[in-house]
Write a protein that binds this ligand. Structure first.
Ligand code: AMP
Length: 224
């Protein structure tokens, strides 16, 4: 089995969280880090860092590169993933070219650089509709959708029974800003990973269409 260090790229609402959960269910040796989940957990715990993050998130703005880079890199390091044998998924980080370069500088000396980047390509019309029906379980990052992935008990997480919440940045106005940010930062990020020869793309309207395609690519990377 080859180590895989995978980044999922995609617009907000493109299903990065959902695809991550499905990959983790399939590949039991994988674990993930989501920058958005880390931040929401800090906000829920009302930490100092969470207070800073909440100001940016509520406006749909990206956090400063140095701030988020340190947060995620500390997480990678504390999980012991700065090693050539490590395998992990990243969701939501890096999101800018500066973050991508900083991460590469951190990982490369440990021979633990990303091995694969996959862009989830979902039509914008589908994304907007999804966001309105999205609920999350903050401690785990599990994502639900009232139309096609409803919780077994309304308003409760399937595994813990804890309450689900609506993300405060999933409103039409804030969402548009997040989408604009994504579009602005995407091109250089894609170029960076294209130049490294590790960028892939999967397209589709639903998570059920995307997942088998993503799985095939990841499977190939792990087993060939
Ligand atoms: P997400 O859950 O990935 O949609 O992230 C939610 C929000 O957290 C984003 O809209 C940003 O405000 C912030 N955030 C998450 N990841 C990053 C990142 N890599 N760089 C800057 N801000 C981030």
């Amino acid at each position: 089995m080859n180590p895989i260090r995978l980044l999922l790229l995609g617009a907000p609402g493109s299903g990065k969280g959902t695809q991550t959960s499905r990959l983790l269910a399939h590949f039991k040796h994988l674990q993930s880090v989501s920058s958005g989940d880390l931040l929401r957990q800090q906000i829920q715990r009302e930490t100092q860092l969470g207070k800073v993050a909440a100001r940016y998130i509520s406006q749909g703005a990206l956090l400063p590169d140095a701030f988020i880079t340190e947060l995620v890199q500390n997480e990678l390091s504390s999980k012991g993933w700065l090693s050539p044998k490590s395998s992990f998924l990243l969701d939501g980080f890096p999101r800018t070219i500066k973050q991508a370069k900083a991460l590469r500088s951190k990982l490369s000396p440990h021979k633990a650089a990303l091995t694969m980047v996959v862009e989830l390509d979902v039509p914008e019309s589908v994304i907007l509709e999804r966001i309105e029906n999205r609920y999350v379980h903050v401690p785990s990052g599990r994502v639900y959708n009232l139309t096609y992935n409803a919780p077994k008990v309304a308003g409760k997480d399937d595994l813990t029974g804890e309450p689900l919440t609506k993300r405060p940045d999933d409103t039409a106005e804030v969402f548009q800003k997040r989408l604009d940010n994504y579009k602005q930062t995407l091109a250089p990020l894609k170029q960076f990973y294209t130049d490294l020869g590790i960028l892939h793309r999967v397209s589709g309207e639903t998570s059920d269409i995307i997942f088998p395609k993503l799985l095939a690519q990841v499977d190939k990377a792990i087993y060939e």
